[in-house]
Design a protein around this ligand. Structure first.
Ligand code: MSP
Length: 538
């Protein structure tokens, strides 16, 4: 059986509502999943929520809720957003689900059985916001603090000193195995400049990682026995054998990373697991690359499991040139953007504006610029003028083309080249390249309209030539629509309906975009309303 293509997003913390950073990764994963389905792969696309840990416990306490109540409430904001954005995930995992708790305990057990877990004491710093352990030397001095208070180097928030009993994972033992792994899997970390960062980090030395906490309780408790199976641990967890309890909960990152195994059927459904695992690609933000490219493969190698094929780290969005933060009050709410501009506009903007992997800036002007330029003047205009001319000059039906001239054939060549470039770009996870190629083709076809001037052909009574041009236009639109579908699915469905092809767009293999000449004369065309209205900047 061919392997299922497995793509994941990070699982999002439920301490707060989703923002455009979360939407970004999920849209990117959705686009990959949709392309893969069109390429003929069986796809498993996973997203979900990260619901344990000290941060969630504290935020819940502060709002007078139990952590699970907070999670139950906020998870709906994420699920609702994915619906609105037309995200087609195949599963949604919550780390508080029983299937997951069982998987985490089993992974913990396997790592323990390998001899890689020991009891010790953690004495150092911790950033609750990032749920990350820090050494003294990693800390930075807060710029706004007169006392020289020290802060987390990543998020800039105050850090806390910990001193507590903890189970440790022998990460130090995995320095060489990890370096060998990166060496034999050169594509594991992408983009490649990130790969170098990861390798340098590991070469710098790895200290053992604390993987349990005792000073709070919102997590998966370890009822720890070298001989216990995950089922026995679960029984203990349900309180059947509470006397065995020690006061440790599993470190939230050990817990969270395991979600990728849980949803693949680990540990019980080995048939499914073998079909899905290893993941083909974990999409993550640059801030959580270390967890995915160092800790995660180390846990997996220790447990005798295969690491994922690829971890791709994207950049971060600033807003109008500034870091997005609650205190600045500039967090962009994706719900509001969708209500104002539509889901496809947000999907398009985020992937078109910035090369995937680099940082980018979200601004209203840039968004409106893309709507007016690429969507209204580019794609929208091409569709409405072409279909309008079919209504006007061809009785609303796709005409039968006559003989093709070199100009028509150059459009065909460009269409075929565009389809190839898009496929290559998607394989490289370079959405901006894919969209750049499609919009280049759209510009070519708009130019083809201007230069072949169907209105003049009509006037001059050159019927056969007119039919060839009109057919070439709709055929180009067919190819463009197939290629943009994974990015802007609702708009593509709408265009597809207007060009009258009876088979639904989602049933079209991507190879149909590389196949020129599939458009049948006689299809009924509908011009319809403007697809992307222009916005006036106020
Ligand atoms: N729960 C962990 C992930 C566990 S995965 C096993 C977590 N959650 S998060 O909700 O804080 O962040 C999720 C993702 O959002 C990260 O990939 C992060 O990079 C991304 N973003 C958060 N702010 C962002 C921007 N301003 N811009 C782009 N992405 C950003 O980390």
């Amino acid at each position: 059986m061919p392997k299922t293509f497995y793509v994941t997003t990070p699982i999002y913390y439920v301490n707060d509502a989703p923002h455009i950073g979360h939407a970004y990764t999920t849209i990117a994963a959705d686009v990959i999943a949709r392309f893969r389905r069109l390429m003929g792969d069986k796809v498993f696309f996973l997203t979900g929520t990260d619901e344990h840990g000290q941060k969630i416990e504290r935020v819940a306490l502060a709002s007078g809720e139990r952590p699970i109540e907070l999670a139950d409430r906020v998870v709906l904001r994420f699920k609702g957003l994915w619906d609105k954005l037309n995200i087609m995930n195949d599963d949604f995992i919550r780390t508080t689900e029983e299937r997951h708790i069982k998987a985490v305990l089993e992974l913990f057990q396997r790592v323990f059985d390998r001899g890689d877990i020991y009891l010790g004491e953690y004495e150092d710093w911790y950033c609750v916001f990032d749920e990350t352990f820090l050494t003294e030397t990693q800390l930075v001095v807060r710029s706004d603090s007169l006392q020289g208070e020290r802060a987390c180097p990543d998020c800039g928030r105050p850090v806390e000193k910990l001193k507590e009993e903890s189970y440790f994972f022998r990460l130090s033992k995995y320095q060489d195995p990890l370096l060998e792994f990166y060496d034999s899997n050169p594509d594991f970390v992408q983009p490649s400049f990130r790969r170098n960062e990861v390798i340098n980090f590991v070469k710098g030395g790895l200290r053992d990682l604390s993987i349990s906490r005792t000073s709070f309780s919102w997590g998966i408790p370890i009822y720890f026995h070298s001989t216990q199976t995950a089922d026995e641990m679960l029984d203990n967890l349900r309180g059947k054998n509470p006397s065995e309890a020690k006061q440790h909960v599993i470190y939230v990152w050990f817990d969270a990373l395991t979600n990728y195994l849980t949803a693949a059927g680990f540990p019980d459904d080995s048939e499914r697991f073998n079909e899905i695992w290893p993941a083909d690609i974990h999409l993550v933000g640059k801030d959580i690359l270390r967890f995915h490219s160092v800790y995660w493969p180390a846990f997996l190698i220790s447990a005798g499991l295969t690491p994922p094929h690829k971890v791709f780290a994207h950049g971060w969005w600033t807003v109008e040139g500034e870091k997005m933060s609650k205190s600045k009050g500039n967090v962009v709410d994706p719900y509001a953007i969708i209500d104002e501009f539509g889901a496809d506009v947000l999907r398009f903007f985020l992937l078109r504006e910035v090369p995937f992997g680099l940082d980018g800036d979200f601004s209203r002007n840039a968004l409106i610029g893309r709507i007016n330029g690429d969507l209204a003047n580019g794609l929208g205009n091409l569709v409405s003028r072409s279909l309008g001319m079919i209504e006007k000059y061809s009785g609303g039906k796709v005409p039968k083309p006559g003989s093709f001239e070199p100009f028509d054939l150059s459009v065909r060549e460009k269409a075929l080249a565009t389809a190839r470039q898009v496929e290559e770009a998607i394989n490289e996870i370079a959405f901006h390249k894919a969209l750049g190629a499609i919009w280049d083709f759209i510009a070519t076809v708009n130019k083809y309209v201007d230069e072949s001037a169907p209105w003049a052909l009509e006037k001059a009574g050159k019927r056969e030539r007119l039919d060839t041009v009109l057919w070439t236009l709709v055929e180009s639109i067919r190819v463009i629509t197939l290629l943009v579908y994974p990015f802007i699915p609702k708009s593509a469905e709408e265009i597809w309906e207007r060009i009258g092809i009876p088979q639904p767009i989602e049933s079209q293999p991507l190879s149909n975009a590389k196949n020129w000449g599939l458009l049948k004369p006689g299809l009924k065309i509908l011009k319809g309303e403007s697809l992307f209205p222009r916005y006036v900047v106020k």
